[in-house]
Design a protein around this ligand. Structure first.
Ligand code: ADP
Ligand code: MG
Length: 700
């Protein structure tokens, strides 16, 4: 079988040798035949098209022409000399230029026979081509060609050392000779037939030597599918093994608290999405395995009520629940909101934060251990080892990106059997990406806002329009609304940013003088108590303007605030802009978001601003963000290895990913251990991939 051949060190391939092998290893990470065969082209050039000289244009990529090469001459230049020849076809002439290998070219080029030349055209007082690939037309006609020529990844070092694209193609040819072009099939026949996939061998051949555009497309599809299929198989089986191995408390009842809340105290009708998510959570809580679920929902989509109803399920089954928020302000808001919702029910709720006084803390500890306390809401203080529950059944974490894995682990240890975990986030991660990143989390999405929300109206204004913006702010304040003005604060340039903030604050104070206007300011260099004091004044409506850095980004709920002004908006990432905008639009009034920038904007900045202006949909924004930044920069994906994909593209190949996941899940459902004979091919390949630890690289 080819398996062993593929493990051969690359220097043994004809045409490589130790010198080239060293370069291939260093520059492309190609150590073995296997690595080379998996060096997939970046793009292809259409070799079926022949251009005429009079069709050339100034900014063309590589082109292919047929004609005669004549009139060789040597031109002296500052350093050394160049060889120039005239290339002629029946429509005109151009120059061919060589800086190296001149003697050989001059002596071996045939002046009386047509050539096919190929390369990149340059224009400088006429067209020219440097170091063209050349082949006698008579040869060209005879040789077996692919319709499209592969262009492989390259580096400066590679081309310096003479390993051109052409050389790589030659090596690839050798590799196909050495392996006879036969590769182990990795996808079972059932799927191959259903999806009309090319066989592995045919796909490999056509990815490197496409015989037609359509065979190339099919080869790409097949290889991308294969890559994504095995990743999904790995992620899903990891998830399955968690479910079978980690036992969870069974909340079998939908009891009195849940029912009476639903019937009597729920202040609004749940949206369809909320209902669906509650159902998903209920299933998890009842099935005997520990729940590990990520709940994604855009800002304002109503995650809190879902959290509360899940906690009621815990209480109905004799368990306690906790809700942990990243900041004290948020914890307090959750506490107030939930106390209000359950005020007519016999449920005991407490708040535990860093500033809880020791007497109160003592009481909380006692009630937690006696079981008298049902719901504990708090900050990281809840995680401390000295906080013991009698019987914690469900832990909910709000805004997960402020919350590390280690902290999640602390929650796991708060009971004999780990409690169920629900992680809520308003940072939308495109679903497909989330699927490939969080194999060990199940995902729920609230993809619908409660009815009656007025979409936030977003505009982009230049700094030069500031006076108009100030006038607008005054009008809104006169109508009784409150305003956020946010400045960027990015760590590396903290001093400078801080100065911007203070300058901005002073100019706003000048423009909006007391006593008519009251202004709050909140930034990271203030003491927490001062921050809370300022925040509190704004929440109570004592101040009309809140000047702040991004500390207000997460969760704060001031329904009367209807204008969000973001200064130097070009310096924020898309997801951050969206988070900030989510601070307004929470009340009944029309809300506005104004993005302020200077005139100089990069094209990415423009795209970000346009995206914000054109949509309020967090998932749509996340998709654009993903395209702009690539998955590497998205929250939580840094070490996840999605970038190590060899051929698939997590963004562009979304549809293939979905298909791959579907097939993987159907197979695992039927045959979790891959023991059935029809899955032999998969089992075998899966084992090989795992042996090389290749797949593990993908796991976050
Ligand atoms: P987030 O998902 O950002 O945490 P919240 O849970 O804070 O959102 O909900 C935002 C607001 O929407 C709250 O004032 C909440 O009471 C309200 N809300 C939530 N669900 C609904 C619903 N189904 N119908 C009407 N209002 C709702
Ligand atoms: Mg929230």
């Amino acid at each position: 079988m080819n398996l062993e051949i593929l493990q051969t060190p690359i220097e043994y391939l004809k045409g490589v040798g130790p010198l080239r092998a060293a370069i291939l290893r260093k520059e492309l990470g190609v150590h073995t035949y296997q690595d080379l065969i998996q060096l997939f082209p970046n793009r292809y050039i259409d070799k079926t098209r022949y251009y005429k000289v009079n069709e050339l244009q100034q900014n063309m990529a590589d082109v292919q022409l047929i004609g005669y090469i004549t009139h060789f001459r040597t031109v002296e230049q500052k350093k050394g000399k160049r060889l120039v020849a005239t290339f002629r076809d029946d429509t005109g002439t151009m120059e061919l230029v060589w800086f190296r290998g001149q003697k050989w070219i001059a002596e071996n080029t045939k002046r009386d026979q047509p050539y096919v030349i190929f390369g990149k055209v340059n224009w400088y007082n006429g067209f020219s081509m440097a170091h063209p690939e050349m082949e006698l037309f008579s040869q060209h006609e005879k040789s077996m060609r692919s319709a499209m020529q592969a262009i492989y990844p390259s580096t400066e070092k590679l081309s310096q050392k003479g390993i051109s694209n052409r050389v790589i193609i030659k090596l690839m040819e050798q590799l196909f000779i050495a392996t006879k072009g036969r590769f182990l099939e990795t996808i079972p026949e059932g799927i191959t037939q259903e999806l009309k996939l090319l066989s592995k061998s045919k796909a490999m051949f056509n990815i490197h030597f496409p015989q037609s555009q359509s065979l190339l497309s099919r080869a790409q599809f097949r290889l991308k599918f294969e890559e994504l299929f095995y990743i999904q198989l790995q992620l899903l089986s990891k998830n399955i093994s968690r479910k079978t191995k980690i036992k969870g408390y069974v909340f079998e009842k939908v009891g009195h608290h849940f029912k009476s809340f639903y019937d009597n105290y729920l202040p609004f009708e749940l949206t369809t999405a909320q209902k669906r998510v509650v159902k998903e959570i209920r299933n998890d809580l009842g099935n005997g395995a520990q729940m590990n679920r990520l709940l994604q929902g855009d800002v304002g989509s109503g995650k809190t009520i879902v959290a509360l109803m899940s906690m009621l399920l815990a209480i109905d089954n004799g368990f306690q629940a906790t809700l942990v928020a990243p900041t004290e302000i948020l914890a307090i808001q959750h506490y107030n909101g939930i106390v209000e919702l359950v005020k007519d029910m016999d449920i005991v709720v407490s708040l535990l934060t860093g500033s809880t006084k020791s007497a109160a803390r003592k009481e909380i500890h006692q009630q937690l251990q006696s079981g008298a306390l049902h719901i504990l809401i708090g900050t990281h203080a809840v995680l401390e080892d000295k906080v013991h529950f009698k019987n914690l059944g469900l832990a909910i974490v709000d805004e997960q990106h402020r919350f590390g894995v280690a902290q999640r682990a602390k929650l796991w240890r708060k009971n004999h059997t780990p409690p169920h975990i629900l992680v809520m986030t308003a940072t939308p991660i495109p679903r497909t990406l989330a699927m490939s990143l969080y194999g060990d989390l199940d995902i729920s999405v609230i993809d619908e806002l409660p009815p009656g929300r007025k979409p936030i109206s977003t505009v982009h204004r230049y700094d030069s329009n500031r006076l108009k913006v100030f006038r607008f702010i005054k009008d809104e304040i006169q109508k009784g609304r409150q305003i956020y003005i946010v400045y960027p604060l990015i760590q590396e340039s903290e001093k400078l940013d801080y100065k911007d903030l203070m300058d901005g604050y002073e100019s706003i104070v000048r423009e909006f003088p007391a006593p008519e206007f009251q202004i709050s300011i909140v930034h990271g260099q203030m003491k927490p108590a001062d921050k809370d004091y300022e925040m509190d004044r704004f929440i109570k409506g004592e101040t009309q303007i809140m000047v702040a850095t991004t500390v207000i980004e997460v969760g704060v709920n001031v329904p009367n605030a209807s204008v969000m002004i973001i200064e130097s908006a070009e310096r924020f990432g898309l997801s951050q802009l969206h988070q900030l905008r989510g601070r307004v639009g929470r009340g009944a009034e029309q809300s506005y978001c104004i993005l302020m920038t200077g005139h100089k904007l990069s094209s990415d900045s423009k795209t970000r601003l346009q995206t914000m202006v054109s949509t309020n949909d967090g998932f749509e924004i996340a998709e654009v963000d993903l395209k702009l930044r690539g998955p590497g920069d998205l929250m939580g994906t840094q070490q996840s290895g999605v970038l190590n994909l060899k051929i698939a593209d997590i963004v562009k190949d979304n549809e293939i990913l979905k298909k791959a996941r579907l097939y993987a899940s159907v197979i695992l459902k039927k045959d979790p251990k891959l023991a059935m004979s029809e899955h032999r091919v998969i089992r075998h390949n899966y084992f090989l991939l795992n042996k090389d630890k290749k797949i593990w690289n993908y796991i976050s």
